[in-house]
Design a protein around this ligand. Structure first.
Ligand code: ADP
Ligand code: MG
Length: 295
């Protein structure tokens, strides 16, 4: 209703700490993390295994409770939710690495599951599911069982299911992690399309540099904190950054011996100059939001 909701950040996280267990075995999965995601943003979260990415996503989806700190999603303080089930069903949509579709239901029936209790009539649920299957490009696979679909197709069904109740935020935890690179590209393209056509805000955890480059912003985490927050402004610059940090880019920067056959020395110097600008740029040009205290 209120107009300000459209300009409010979709996610506001303040001093979020999550400690699993207690005593000597306690694990500080999130450590005073603060971050905002604007409505309509497509954000990648990267970082080494165990740094707290999944924990963060679980907190954003109200799947787990923080030890300390506050999480607002779509203007709601999650610690004060009156109806957590409703929030999980309607405000957020989850896509996991393992799609967890129900194997005995057809693709379309899987998409209908989250609509139960949300949309009254069976006919409407069906129509909505058909529409979603079209949206993810699987209209002709509606009646297949998950076992009759490829990994990429199953993941698209999972995305259709996550969209069932038109969530304002999609949380995707390594959605392409188990896929080959072509299927992974398809999933990424689909997410990017949903972001631009439906205006859905998306937070995607990924190890894939290419997936991250296709988003608008990359958050890097380490030890339960955000250590770099990099906005992608120019795709060409991102390509150069990727090139500079690739094996080939690093070879160009490091040694010239083998390259003299292909490139004139002065061209090589110019190329090096260009690449140097982007070498390690991901870390340097990102403004750091995390507090720098070494608690
Ligand atoms: N349910 C849990 N119980 C205990 N420790 C956990 C639990 N979930 C995650 N952890 C620990 O919290 C840290 C962060 O985990 P996670 O968020 O899954 O990392 P990531 O997704 O970045 O790989 C890890 O050290 C992990 O072992
Ligand atoms: Mg994880």
């Amino acid at each position: 209703m209120e107009h300000k909701h459209s300009v409010e950040p979709i996610v506001r996280v303040k001093n979020l700490t999550k400690i699993y267990g207690s005593g000597e075995t306690a694990v500080r999965a999130l450590d005073g993390l603060s971050v905002e995601v604007q409505t309509g943003e497509f954000v990648a979260v990267m970082g080494p295994s165990g740094c707290g990415k999944s924990t963060l996503l679980n907190m954003l989806g109200a799947l787990d409770q923080p030890t300390e700190g506050t999480v607002w999603v779509a203007g709601e303080d999650l610690s004060k939710l009156k109806d957590v089930d409703r929030f999980r069903a309607r405000t957020v949509g989850f896509v996991f690495q393992l799609h967890n579709l129900l194997p005995t239901m057809t693709a379309q029936e899987n998409v209908e599951v989250p609509l139960q209790g949300q949309i009254g009539s069976r006919k409407e649920r069906k129509e909505r599911a058909v529409h979603l299957m079209e949206l993810v490009g699987l209209a002709d696979r509606r009646n297949h069982l998950p076992g009759q679909l490829s990994g990429g197709q199953r993941q698209r069904v999972a995305i259709a299911r996550s969209l069932a109740n038109s969530p304002s935020l999609i949380l995707a935890d390594e959605p392409s992690g188990a896929l080959d690179s072509q299927s992974s590209d398809e999933i990424l393209t689909l997410l990017a399309e949903l972001n631009s056509s439906q205006g859905t805000s998306i937070v995607v955890v990924t190890h894939d540099r290419r997936v991250a480059q296709a988003t608008q912003r990359i958050l890097r985490m380490q030890d339960g904190k955000v250590v770099s927050d990099h906005r992608i402004t120019d795709p060409l610059e991102e390509d150069l950054r990727m090139f500079a940090q690739s094996q080939f880019g690093q070879t160009l920067l490091e040694s010239s011996r083998t390259l003299h056959r292909f490139v004139e020395e002065q061209d090589l110097a110019a190329l090096r100059q260009l690449l140097l600008t982007y070498d390690d740029g991901a870390e340097e040009s990102g403004e750091t939001e995390a507090p720098s205290s070494e608690a």
